[in-house]
Design a protein around this ligand. Structure first.
Ligand code: G16
Length: 549
């Protein structure tokens, strides 16, 4: 390790990004997330870590500045691994460690990492791709990341305001030596939209499907980026965009966006409330997507991540059968998945389902076990991953004489579908194009889509507690092991209600504990949710006013 380099790291830290707090911060579900004003030094240090990770993996690494669904004063940072996935879990501990040491110990932690991972060449200058969302705090944080990268001799490349999934995509493209696509926005839109238009053909409408979608941009980067998308798509898909307020308006995710619609189960503000119209919302950094409509009686009908997953998995299964190629297809969900969706997938679609803890990193990882893995969190975060084997078999069979013309048409369709998907991570824009492709192919309107199964009424609540770290879970977060006795109380409450199910887990992105409840009737779910929230408040150190029954 070159001494000069260590000195630069420390000097920059001390002069520009001192850690003048004693608060400990943890790399959680989606990196570090807290008030933007607390993040300067953390982001600087993530710049350092990104270069070390790049030297270890001999690849380009990404740094994304975003707090996604959180309110505008928050911000966050997460690292993107070489294939565009979330940072490998074992490095999360290093991220937490380097973020929390005093300034004068930075050098020694860097040396520790260098030693642990046998990073022999500290002069290698791998690129670090940096992206940011539209928060007013993002530009200076992106600058802090770039300073961290430079301080340790890396090469920062700032992509400006991009969606989180775009940055993941660019990193993957770069490390695949452009085999996956071009690492820039033009390349991204071109790849997705070319495949989308090819699948759509000349008939933009089909059966009950009409090619107009009402789009809620959550006053974030998802709104900014859809302007370009609209240009590339032309008439193939007409996107009516709403909630595109200027940066710093304070309206990011406020009463709109995918997180609001899903967790509040309410129609977003700023979107015209016309009955029976197909609408969708993305979240603050456009990695989540939900669909919905309001009926004639003003009732909201929500197609969340579970619906996206079932629609996509059922369609891929159909095409796979038409190709006559034997590839295994699986679906990954979390505890938040509606019980009715899991039953529909296993019993009707006959597709195997796995349940993993919250956080796309867990879902993504599990989905890689299948030739074709579909994964979605109920909040609308997900994508499809296709194994090398799956892609190769499809390409080989497309050329072979063994296949009939009909089978070859199905293979071509599936290959185009792969190009609509951003396999690196859940991507609201790519997911929307995928859903629109499927609805178009099936000739369905949103009501037809909804008919596939009936959701169980469900409810999401938040409880503020003194210390959320006292909550520990097991069984893919479906059961609590601490605080002691709380799980037994939850079991007693759920057993009172037909089809009752509830679980509690600490959030990894907000300072709250989340409560999920599900039951056969809307009245029961209201009651069950409130009862469990109250127990959490009583036994888990609730703060403020207790939840009302
Ligand atoms: C992030 C994660 C998601 C997770 C969500 C909520 O989403 O990427 O996987 O479901 O936070 O996590 P928690 O319940 O632990 O707060 P986003 O869209 O905010 O990046």
């Amino acid at each position: 390790m070159v001494n000069n380099q260590l000195r630069t790291i420390y000097a920059f830290a001390r002069e520009m990004y001192p850690r003048n707090t004693k608060t400990q911060i943890q790399y959680g579900t989606a990196g570090f997330r807290t008030k933007a004003t607390m993040l300067d030094y953390v982001v600087y240090r993530m710049g350092l870590l990104a270069v070390l990770r790049g030297r270890y993996k001999k690849a380009c690494i990404g740094v994304m500045i975003t707090a996604s669904h959180n309110p505008e004063p928050d911000n966050g940072v997460k690292l993107v691994d070489p294939m565009g996935e979330m940072l490998e879990q074992s490095w999360e501990e290093w991220a937490t460690k380097i973020a929390n040491v005093p300034d004068d110990q930075l050098e020694s932690v860097v040396s520790e990492i260098v030693k642990e991972f046998k990073i022999d060449n500290m002069n290698e200058r791998f690129e670090v791709y940096i992206g940011k969302d539209t928060r007013p705090s993002s530009p200076s944080l992106a600058e802090a990341a770039a300073h961290g990268v430079r301080a340790i001799g890396g090469k920062p490349m700032d992509f400006g305001i991009v969606t989180t999934p775009q940055l993941h995509y660019f990193v993957r493209c770069r490390n695949s030596r452009n085999e996956y696509g071009q690492p820039n926005e033009v390349g991204y839109y071109t790849k997705l939209c070319t495949a989308f238009k090819k699948l759509r053909g000349d008939g933009y409408s089909n059966g009950k499907y009409e090619n107009t979608i009402v789009y809620d941009g959550a006053n974030g980067v998802g709104a900014k980026k859809v302007k370009f998308l609209k240009e590339v798509l032309g008439d193939a898909l007409k996107i009516e965009m709403y909630n595109d307020e200027i940066i710093g308006s304070g309206k990011l995710n406020h009463l709109c966006g995918a997180d609001f619609v899903k967790s509040q189960q309410k129609f977003p503000t700023g979107v015209p409330n016309k009955p029976n119209v197909r609408c969708c919302s993305v979240d603050g950094d456009a990695d989540r997507l939900v669909y919905y409509y309001k009926d004639d009686k003003d009732v909201l009908h929500l197609m969340d991540g579970d619906r996206l997953a079932t629609l996509i998995a059922s369609y891929i299964k159909e095409i796979l059968q038409e190709t006559g190629i034997d590839l295994n297809l699986g679906l990954v969900q979390t505890a938040y998945a509606n019980g009715a969706s899991t039953e529909y997938i296993t019993k009707q679609l006959k597709v195997p389902v796995s349940c993993v803890p919250t956080g796309v990193k867990h879902l993504h990882h599990k989905a890689l076990d299948y030739d074709i893995g579909v994964y979605f969190e109920a909040n609308g975060h997900g994508t499809v991953v296709f194994s090398k084997n799956a892609k190769q078999s499809l390409k080989n069979e497309a050329q072979s004489n063994r296949k009939s013309a009909e089978e070859k048409r199905a293979i071509a369709k599936l290959l185009d579908l792969i190009d609509v998907v951003n396999e690196a991570v859940g991507d609201a824009i790519s997911d929307m194009l995928l859903v629109e492709t499927i609805l178009h192919a099936k000739g369905w309107d949103i009501q037809e889509w909804e008919k596939t199964y009936e959701d169980l009424p469900n409810k999401l609540l938040k409880v503020v507690v003194e210390d959320r770290n006292i909550f520990a879970t097991t069984d893919a977060e479906r059961r609590l092991v601490a605080p002691e006795g709380l799980q037994e109380q939850i079991d007693a409450l759920t057993s009172k209600y037909p089809k009752g199910r509830s679980f509690v887990r600490p959030s990894g992105t907000e300072d709250v504990v989340r409560v999920y409840a599900e039951a056969a009737s809307a009245a029961d779910v209201e009651r069950l949710g409130a009862e469990v929230a109250l127990k959490v408040f009583q036994l888990g150190g609730g703060v403020g006013t207790p939840p009302e029954l």
